[in-house]
Design a protein around this ligand. Structure first.
Ligand code: ADP
Ligand code: MG
Length: 317
């Protein structure tokens, strides 16, 4: 649905986006994750045709954003970081205005009515936008993106500045919209992305540093295949037993996490799975095994590692 190849963007001499490539398939809900200043909004502005690019190529449903901007834009609904709301209009006036602006062909009243119900703003449709809460304003912003029923929705930090209840409501709305749309949303907050996206693209200092499912990202980065073991027994005895397992390189006691038991991180010598051997040895020594899991990193740790490693590489830290 969206093809980005070798995208580069310079602001003057400043390289804000550096050789970024990715493909987004129809129906995917993808998260752009990265610290402030990473280049997320810049990429989104280019995808939606609001900003020119310095190098590379972007197509939406096969249409080049530079060569066929009308065609490409028609397929995208965009909620910019600062929603372009006309706050002296009522919600309905504003949506009708956007309808005219986008030269939509669907029956006007019915189309807007559908959107109003979908994003649940019926109860405020006759209120001036400036009198609405931030949560409602954000829904109106999403409603304007939906006018014309575009296949793709691009939402730049859709939950920024909202309170926890509003965040959950917007999240639910995005999840619902994800059933019928291709969605790209950006955030600098991990839990946001993890909650709604099936795929994460991590951007740091204008570079794409990862592109995978949240689960795979965590797995691939814990390359050491270390495991967490919780067993019943004394520290010295358990350390000895675990150390005696073939292939174990290091045993580190994490202390007591549960009554009468101890947790350990067990690291294998080579890139191998030692879970079976550990379980067998503990049972053989009659030490109850309570927990045995691979020590996967949380997405948060993955993110820290990726952005930190990239910074070291560039000699910035
Ligand atoms: P993000 O959305 O990830 O926070 P942006 O895309 O807004 O990041 O910005 C990426 C980088 O480009 C930042 O360092 C920012 O300061 C810079 N930048 C953004 N817009 C402009 C502009 N119009 N002129 C100059 N620099 C800009
Ligand atoms: Mg931004």
């Amino acid at each position: 649905m969206i093809e980005v190849s070798s995208l580069t963007k310079k602001y003057g001499n400043f390289l804000a986006v550096d050789d970024v490539s990715f493909t987004i398939n129809r129906g995917e809900v993808v998260g752009f994750l990265g610290p402030n200043g990473a280049g997320k909004s810049t990429i989104m502005n280019i995808l939606t045709g609001y900003l020119s690019l310095t190098g590379g190529k972007v197509t939406v449903d096969g249409y080049d954003v530079l060569e066929q901007p009308e065609q490409a834009k028609r397929r995208i609904g965009y909620l910019p970081e600062i929603p372009p709301l006309y706050t002296d209009m009522t919600v309905l006036e504003y949506l009708y205005f956007i309808y005219d602006l986008k030269k939509v062909k669907f029956p006007k009243r019915m189309h807007i009515e559908e959107i109003v119900n979908l994003v649940k703003i019926k109860e405020v449709e006759n209120r001036l936008i400036k009198t609405l809460s931030k949560g409602y304003k954000q829904r109106v912003g999403i409603a304007q993106a939906l006018v014309g029923n575009p296949d793709v929705l691009i939402l730049d930090e859709p939950t920024v500045g909202l309170d926890p209840k509003q965040i959950i409501e917007i999240r639910d709305l995005i999840a619902r919209l994800g059933k019928n749309h291709t969605i790209i949303l950006s955030s600098h907050i991990l839990s946001e992305i993890q909650a709604v996206c099936e795929r994460v693209i991590i951007i740091n200092r204008g570079h794409l540093v990862a592109d995978d499912t949240p689960t795979e990202l965590s797995k691939n980065l814990s390359k050491d295949h270390s495991v967490i073991v919780r067993a019943v027994g004394e520290k010295e005895e358990l350390t000895k037993i675990l150390s005696s397992v073939k292939g174990v390189q290091k045993v580190l006691c994490l202390g007591k996490k549960e009554e009468n038991s101890l947790d350990f991180v067990v690291t294998p010598e080579v890139d191998c799975d030692i879970r079976k051997e550990i379980a067998a040895r503990l049972i053989e020594r009659k030490r109850p095994l309570l927990v045995l899991t691979s020590n996967e990193l949380t997405l948060e740790q993955v993110f820290m590692r990726l952005t930190y490693d990239a910074d070291i590489e560039e000699g910035k830290k």
